[in-house]
Design a protein around this ligand. Structure first.
Ligand code: IMP
Ligand code: MG
Length: 189
């Protein structure tokens, strides 16, 4: 029987995420970014971006911060394949190093779309940071420059990520138990 308050099984807990983000910040520093603009892809990356930006500050960087709201998930958990801009960045990116921050690299379409857009607008470099990557799911060729964790092929929630607008508030990344048991409905394997 499906529970009305499903249990979320922890995949990456708060402490593991926090540790990994400090390391990611050091990796970003090592890439020697100039005139850095962080562009967080809403909504899913808001928590990751907030923690990464503060880690970048602790690591000695002074990034400016921007947001772009993109949508590629229009029906349930199945990607439509089409990326649309719901809210654009306001800053000029010409000649700047941009760090694009997203929650998950799956088909790669979202990150490729945003990266191409920012490069076409004249950014010097667009580096990409994702909290999670799901290997073997790429529909387009892209590797993130900075990856938090390589994630199993399950639908994850929490730490900013949702299913049907729920679970974004969780401080950890997890798997909803009842979702996991209905792979056809949620597009899993
Ligand atoms: P891509 O364009 O296929 O790489 O899709 C990436 C986007 O799909 C991410 O930015 C997420 O918003 C969403 N997404 C992909 N997998 C998951 C998941 O397991 N949980 C929540 N959102 C996901
Ligand atoms: Mg997203």
């Amino acid at each position: 029987m499906q529970s009305s308050t499903p249990r979320v099984r922890v995949l990456y807990d708060e402490a593991a995420i926090a540790r990994r983000i400090e390391d990611l910040a050091q990796e970003v520093v090592a890439s020697k970014p100039e005139n850095l603009l962080v562009v967080a892809v809403l909504k899913g990356s808001f928590m990751f971006a907030a923690d990464l930006i503060r880690a970048l500050h602790r690591a000695g960087l002074e990034p400016q911060v921007e947001f772009v709201h993109l949508s590629s998930y229009r029906s349930g958990t199945v990607s439509s394949g089409q990326v649309t801009i719901l809210r654009d960045v306001e800053s000029d990116v010409v000649g700047r190093d941009v760090l694009l921050v997203d929650d998950i690299l799956e088909s790669g379409r979202t990150v490729v779309f945003a990266k191409d857009l920012l490069m076409a607008r004249g950014a010097s470099r667009v580096l990409t940071a994702v909290l999670l990557e799901k290997p073997g799911k790429r529909a387009v060729t892209i590797d993130a420059d900075f990856v938090g964790f390589t994630c199993p092929d399950v639908f994850v929630v929490g730490y900013g990520m949702d299913v049907a607008h729920s679970f974004r508030q969780l401080p950890f990344v997890g798997v909803v138990d009842y979702l996991d048991k209905e792979p056809d409905l949620f597009g899993g394997t």
